[in-house]
Design a protein around this ligand. Structure first.
Ligand SMILES: [Ca+2]
Length: 292
């Protein structure tokens, strides 16, 4: 368990033993150091693997405090561990379906759920509501706390809207996660592209080919942004913790997807939906952060 646990957390202050170091430029930006500063990063950039095999990277949040951020969107394999252990029933399963892409449009899919929409253990879990994502975080927090595997005072949760944007930007001023050039996006994520057009997406696409048409890609298939985070732009929309300022009953989501509008892939764009919405282009990513 220690080998797979979060850097061996058993009540001790986490050891500083990063398995992965960020590029010097990024490290300098992260730590607010002038370039050329001789002191290496002490903590930011450390990596740990949690009890579900999820890779977490320690990164500065928008307020400068450190938090652990999942490098990937939550996979179906991880979500299955939650469901198997807890007996949880998702919103789609309780309410009889989810939105699915069919015939060039999002339509109601009777009986659709995370088990049936783009199935694959390494693919992001989709067709999950905001409520489902929050339930996953609560269970994972309790599960790892019981095992003594949580950093003291930490809990899993969804990133806030501000955290998501900061993490996608990764200390740069890029338009998309990883690049300013939309043609480059096929290196950084599963986006509406020529492959999707060939399969009949029927919407405007970027003139590049990411190798995946209609549907999700396995997490981590594409290049990470400068913080080491994959699929911040594209693959699936990611629920955030935050209510929408214009509609407090709705929850913000970020990053766009394999099927959506091209402008939604921009770091500075958000969408918002009721917390019980679920569909084949919506998933989530978690952070592990000090509890308030
Ligand atoms: Ca994404």
């Amino acid at each position: 368990m220690v080998a797979r646990g979060p850097a061996g957390y058993h009540g001790a202050i986490p050891p500083s033993r990063p398995q992965h170091r960020l590029a010097p430029l990024v490290a300098a930006l992260l730590l607010g150091c002038p370039l050329g500063h001789s002191q290496p990063p002490q903590r930011a950039g450390a990596v740990m693997i949690n009890e579900l095999g999820m890779r977490l990277i320690e990164l500065p949040g928008p307020d400068g405090g450190l938090l652990w951020v999942a490098a990937h969107e939550t996979t179906q394999a991880a979500f299955a561990r939650f469901v198997d252990a807890s007996g949880y029933t998702t919103t789609a399963e309780r309410e009889g379906g989810a939105k699915v892409w069919r015939g060039g449009a999002w339509v109601w899919g009777a009986g659709a759920s995370w088990r049936s929409v783009f199935p694959g253990p390494a693919r992001p879990v989709v067709a999950v509501s905001w409520d489902d994502a929050v339930a996953f975080c609560a269970w994972l927090s309790e599960h790892e706390a019981t095992l003594g595997a949580l950093p003291p005072g930490h809990r899993y949760r969804l990133p806030t809207d501000a955290e998501w944007e900061h993490l996608a930007r990764a200390g740069a001023h890029q338009i998309y996660a990883g690049t300013d050039d939309p043609i480059e996006l096929c290196r950084y994520g599963n986006v509406p592209d020529l492959a999707a057009a060939r399969e009949g997406l029927g919407r405007p696409v970027i003139g590049c080919d990411d190798g995946v048409g209609l549907g999700t890609a396995a997490v981590g298939r594409y290049a990470a942004n400068a913080f080491g985070l994959h699929d911040m732009s594209g693959n699936v929309w990611e629920w955030t913790q935050s209510p929408d300022p214009r509609d407090p009953g709705a929850r913000r989501m970020r990053g766009g997807s394999w099927s959506g509008r091209l402008d939604a892939l921009r770091i500075d764009r958000a969408d918002a939906y009721p917390p019980d919405l679920r569909g084949g282009a919506i998933g989530f990513r978690v952070v592990l952060a000090p509890a308030p």
